[in-house]
Design a protein around this ligand. Structure first.
Ligand code: HEC
Length: 396
């Protein structure tokens, strides 16, 4: 009944044209509807490293240090191609058991595992006291949000939804449901919760009001920057910050996984490569084949996993401002954006200034408005570097 009023309005539905894409050299994926055919080229200078674990990989995530790898026997850190374990103050702190999900926090990450909820910060791991109040072995999903300095952790279990804040744990009642929570994403004002029954519900962060829609079995949920991604067997759905949903129809197996990177980006692992969602469009990050999980670090580097094999894609994605970007802007932009010129004065050699203008700057360049014609535009190599810097988290 409510569905007509509030349910997920499907704004665009396009069948991904995956099979007819030709060879790997010119592979393309029609993912965006409205003629958005992605050109897959290898990002500039991406270094790929492969590492193998002894245990089966169950979850991927990232933090400000590196990638986090959840396995069926515990949590590992992947850094410089090496896997290391975490140190807790006690055996109870380090013994997570099978890792079910990893969620980035403002600093560090939450780990949802067989032995409870754990927090990770740099090399330390600690079991949250909330774990004792939960049916611990049943944890399936986690997402965190911070409002006015208070962090709230939304937890999914095999039989329901919980909310932990300021040391208190509450069950959040979803009408007609006591099923497994498959995934949780945080949007502006609501948590988006995927249920094992095939329903996706929006739960008010404050009032806990619930509204649901039937979508079928969900395979992944991720959120970043007020947007939430949900994948089911045949759709990729995006909840925009204004609360509207957009859906892309997929061929089976086209999307393997979705995730949010510690750089605050939504990532999708497709059968052709890894994508990042930004500026209202899917951008190819790296051509990757195989893998059923994806995770992203705050550096913009990404990791994919396939049962026991990890692939890490580094350098090209973490382009640096001072090394790569400032010289381009100095050459093309400062002539006008200075004192005594008609253009607004912006010090493009300054990282903070440029970062605060990053979206406008990238758009103006992409639209061919800056530098203004008839001045020469940036070369495609320069645009690519700028693109990598922008999508890689805009690092100094
Ligand atoms: C020929 C002079 C000229 C050059 C070169 C130039 N700009 Fe501009 N730019 C302008 C003027 C004039 C404006 C204000 C009018 C407008 O917004 O279009 C402007 C506006 C902008 C704005 C909007 C600024 C604001 O304060 O809202 C951005 C962002 C920008 N430019 C970026 C760039 C970048 C990046 C480059 C280099 C790739 C560049 N510009 C090169 C003249 C120039």
């Amino acid at each position: 009944m409510w569905r007509e009023r509030v349910a997920f309005a499907i704004l665009a539905v396009v069948v991904g044209a995956c099979g007819d894409a030709g060879g790997p050299a010119d592979a393309s994926l029609n993912l965006g509807g409205v003629g958005a055919v992605l050109a897959w080229t290898d990002p500039v200078g991406v270094a790929e490293a492969t590492t193998t674990t002894a245990a089966a990989i169950t979850a991927l995530g990232g933090d400000e240090v590196s990638s986090l790898v959840g396995t069926d026997s515990g949590l590992l850190r992947l850094k410089n191609g090496q896997l290391t374990t975490f140190q807790g103050n006690s055996a109870q702190d380090s013994d997570t058991g099978r890792v079910a999900a990893i969620a980035t926090r403002d600093v560090g990450a939450w780990i949802c595992a067989a032995k409870g909820l754990f927090s990770v910060h740099v090399n330390a791991i600690a079991r949250s006291s909330v774990s004792d109040a939960l049916p611990a072995a049943n944890l399936t999903a986690v997402a965190a949000t911070t409002t006015a300095g208070v962090e709230t952790v939304w937890l999914g279990t095999k039989d329901g939804l919980f909310r932990a804040s300021a040391g208190q744990l509450d069950r959040v009642h979803i009408p007609q449901e006591s099923t497994k929570i498959e995934g949780i994403g945080i949007a502006d004002g609501v948590a988006v919760v995927a249920l094992g029954s095939g329903r996706v519900c929006e739960v008010g962060l404050q009032d806990h009001k619930v509204r649901c829609a039937e979508v079928g079995p969900v395979r992944g949920v991720a959120s970043a920057g007020g947007e939430v991604l949900v994948i089911d067997v045949h759709h990729l759905r995006l909840r925009r910050p204004d609360g509207k949903w957009q859906a892309w129809q997929m061929q089976s197996g086209e999307i393997q996984a979705v995730s949010s990177s510690a750089a605050g980006q939504l990532l999708a692992l497709t059968s052709l490569g890894a994508l990042a969602w930004r500026n209202d469009a899917w951008k190819p990050l790296a051509k990757i084949s195989g893998g059923h999980l994806i995770g992203g670090e705050s550096s913009g580097a990404i990791t994919t996993a396939n049962s026991k094999v990890l692939r890490h894609y580094g350098s090209g994605l973490d382009t640096s401002f001072s090394k790569d970007i400032a010289p381009i802007l100095l050459a093309h932009c400062t002539n006008c954006h200075r004192d005594g010129s008609a253009a607004p004065k912006h010090d493009f050699a300054d990282f903070a200034t440029t970062r605060s203008l990053a979206t406008a700057l990238v758009q103006r360049i992409a639209l061919g408005q800056m530098p203004p014609p008839p001045l020469a535009q940036l070369t495609s190599g320069e645009k690519k570097l700028l693109d990598n810097w922008y999508s890689g988290g805009q690092l100094p």
